[in-house]
Design a protein around this ligand. Structure first.
Ligand code: PMP
Ligand code: GLN
Length: 378
């Protein structure tokens, strides 16, 4: 018999980072910061290790971290989750997402994904025996098309996965978008997985519309977040999931048998560090400045800028610069110009090519400047 993931290759992020290293290109492909995290966070984790927090934590995460997360969600979104029954610490958002999917999706269940989407969702659904139903975001603007989403719903629809701020398009869902989703789901028992890993990176004074802000969504949602994004520590692989107790109980049954527990000292360190909200409150301004620096430079090239409302990504249209398809363009750009990017086709099931590529601007200013210098040659 065939291996069940026979159509799955190596993720684009690994492929492009390897190519960038091979060609000594400036790596604006895979999304990760190239600058240090706050030394106070490293101190907090070091102190937790020195204090002896080095054995298995409780299966669902250490209480102080779950409580800190609850405090943050109340402060930002006015919803009180129960730290004991409704929050679980995960090994990054990646494990949170697959665990939520494995907890709720059974053979033949349909899960709606909005394309382009993060590359783990569809393989996760298929691993669970489910069927991914791909609904395109509106071409060009990447806004949700609720008529199309509603048309994709069937009696077999088990869940829908959303992601705002959005990877890769950098769009942000509005209050009206979330209301529309809430109204659409109201007469159904369809569950929601809300991937909010870029929750603290929303620009131009917009508000992140967490599913936690909407009664009708929160009651059916797994909300997934990642400390890696918020605190510039993607290599620590730690995040959390918030969900109503009846869903979290199912989630934990899977969690205990795929990862069991997550790194103890990092949990204690984060709990202490989170007491100060300043680092995440300052994040929008921090990244908006980098976005603007990068966009100002790109505006001097023939790459056409798309909006970047949130996340740490900037998409550009390459059609005035090259006749290549976007995947070939990214290879060429890495080898010949020395800048790595990610083709948007990697976020679609059928390789749809709209001549758009994604850059990550979570980089030191000098890294962005050196990428821009190279991109001026286009
Ligand atoms: N979802 C999205 C949309 C992402 O961009 C990422 C970042 N890789 C993840 C999930 C996974 O996050 P983590 O690194 O915490 O597993
Ligand atoms: N989320 C990051 C991105 O989209 C990194 C993902 C990964 O390396 N798996 O680039």
């Amino acid at each position: 018999s065939k291996p069940c993931l026979d159509s799955i290759g190596t993720t684009i992020f690994t492929v492009m980072s390897a190519l960038a290293a091979e060609h000594k290109a400036v790596n604006l492909g895979q999304g990760f910061p190239d600058f240090a995290c706050d030394p106070a966070l490293v101190d907090a984790v070091t102190q937790a290790m020195q204090a002896g927090h080095n054995q298995y934590p409780p299966m669902v995460g250490v209480p102080v971290l779950r409580q800190a997360i609850c405090h943050k969600i109340v402060a930002l979104h006015q919803r009180q989750y129960n730290a004991d029954t409704e929050i679980t610490i995960t090994a990054g958002a990646t494990q949170g997402i697959i665990t939520a999917i494995l907890a709720i999706v059974r053979a033949g269940d349909e899960v709606i994904v909005l394309e382009p989407c993060y590359d783990s969702y569809v393989p996760n659904i298929e691993l669970a025996g489910g069927v991914a139903v791909r609904v395109p975001l509106t071409p060009g603007t990447f806004r949700p098309d609720f008529a199309k989403i509603a048309a994709a719903m069937t009696p077999r629809t088990r869940a829908i996965i959303i992601n705002s701020p959005h990877n890769p398009s950098a769009t942000v869902w509005s209050d009206a978008d979330m209301q529309a989703l809430q109204n659409m789901l109201a007469p159904t028992d369809v569950l929601l997985i809300s991937d909010e890993v870029y929750e603290h990176m929303v620009f131009d004074g917009q508000q992140h519309q967490s599913a936690a802000r909407f009664d009708g969504l929160a009651a059916r949602a797994f909300i997934v977040s990642s400390f890696g994004k918020t605190y510039h520590v993607t290599g620590w692989k730690i995040g959390y999931v918030a969900a109503p107790a009846f869903l979290m109980a199912e989630f934990r049954k899977v969690h205990q048998f795929n990862v069991f527990t997550v790194n103890t000292p990092v949990q204690y360190g984060l709990a202490q560090y989170m007491a100060n909200p300043a680092p995440y409150l300052e994040l929008p301004a921090f990244y908006q400045r980098k976005r603007d620096l990068f966009r100002t430079g790109l505006a001097k090239t023939r790459l056409k800028l798309l909006p970047s409302e949130g996340s740490y990504f900037q998409c550009v249209d390459i059609s005035e610069v090259s006749d290549l398809g976007e995947a070939d363009f990214c290879q060429w750009l890495t080898r010949e110009i020395g800048v790595a990017a990610i083709p948007l086709s990697a976020f679609y099931g059928n390789g749809f090519d709209q001549r758009v590529v994604r850059f990550c601007f979570a980089k030191q200013d000098q890294t962005l400047q050196s990428a821009l210098q190279r991109l001026q040659k286009l």
